[in-house]
Design a protein around this ligand. Structure first.
Ligand SMILES: C[S@@+](CC[C@H](N)C(=O)[O-])C[C@H]1O[C@@H](n2cnc3c(N)ncnc32)[C@H](O)[C@@H]1O
Length: 274
């Protein structure tokens, strides 16, 4: 997860092969720990314009295919395409049904023809893309005029408790970086797509202890992959420091982990509207 406030940050991009490998490894464990991802995807579905009847939908960054299966139920006559950068995720999704086609590909360079999709749905995937402007450009290219892009993502403020706790221990990059909400606003505004809805909503999860949180991030494949992250195992003393530092955030429900979720719905203008 990259980009921060800059349009590009080439030195700080996570390597896409590592992103793909990490999610492929997580394919079997992902669904058992994906409560937040379920809630966010459902909230995104709720935001789809009423009466939408796509002939073809695309689930971009489809992961295990949970939302491909939901989309297939919502739009049962439509042709469904699932695209993901992680082959392991696609294999898992293919075995469980949902989309008719499962295609390996990158959201920044979609393996789809121009004007071939009516609904592009993407939940919690584009925070892994260094160039969100390229994602929007690709959405604009593959959508038919009148087609809808619905995405959710994460922005600055996500996992700040973990970030601050590590900062107190060694000042190194232990937590993925996120774009600012203002950058989502600016990039969506410049995309040539009509902005229907863009909002940020905090979701706070609670954990018994820090290990439960870090194990969950690993099971999701979403642990830190940024360049500059410390290599090797975390030493006992540093881990002890982390546990102590995180305690300052403890609430009656447990240790909080805040996710700042961005929800966006955009539409490709019809020819006469541009
Ligand atoms: C957190 S999972 C979300 C999966 C699913 N959308 C869900 O909500 O359960 C993120 C997914 O995005 C995929 N992904 C990451 N970067 C991608 C890229 N550049 N292009 C396509 N998929 C990508 C990952 O492989 C992973 O399967």
């Amino acid at each position: 997860m990259t980009d921060l406030s800059q349009p590009t940050l080439p030195g700080a991009l996570p390597d896409k092969r590592q992103v793909a490998a990490s999610f492929s490894r997580a394919a079997a464990s992902y669904d058992s720990v994906a409560a937040l991802q379920r809630a966010v995807g459902m909230a995104l579905l709720d935001k789809l314009p009423a009466g939408l009847a796509p002939a073809r939908w695309l689930d971009m960054g489809s992961g295990t295919g949970h939302f491909s299966r939901v989309l297939a139920e919502c739009f049962n006559d439509a042709d469904g395409v699932a695209v993901d950068i992680a082959e392991g995720m696609l294999r898992h999704a293919r075995e469980h049904g949902g989309a008719r086609h499962h295609v390996a590909g990158d959201a920044e360079r979609l393996p789809l023809l121009d004007g071939s999709v009516d609904l592009l749905f993407s939940s919690l995937a584009v925070q892994w893309c260094g160039q969100f402007a390229s994602v929007l450009g690709e959405a604009r290219r593959v959508l038919r005029p009148g087609g809808v892009l619905a995405f959710s993502s994460l922005c600055v403020g996500t996992l700040d408790e973990l970030r601050a706790s590590w900062q107190a221990v060694d000042g190194m990059v232990h937590v993925n970086r996120f774009r600012r909400f203002e950058d989502y606003q600016r990039l969506c505004g410049d995309s040539g797509l009509e902005l229907i809805d863009l909002e940020r909503r905090p979701h706070v999860l609670h954990y018994l202890d820090v290990r439960s949180l870090t194990h969950e991030l690993k099971a999701l494949g979403a642990h830190n992959l940024n360049p500059g992250r410390p290599s090797g195992l975390t030493g006992r003393a540093r881990m002890q420091g982390l546990l102590q530092a995180y305690e300052q955030f403890r609430q009656p429900q447990g240790l909080p982990a805040t996710y700042q979720v961005v929800y966006g719905v955009l539409r490709k203008p019809l020819a006469g509207e541009q």
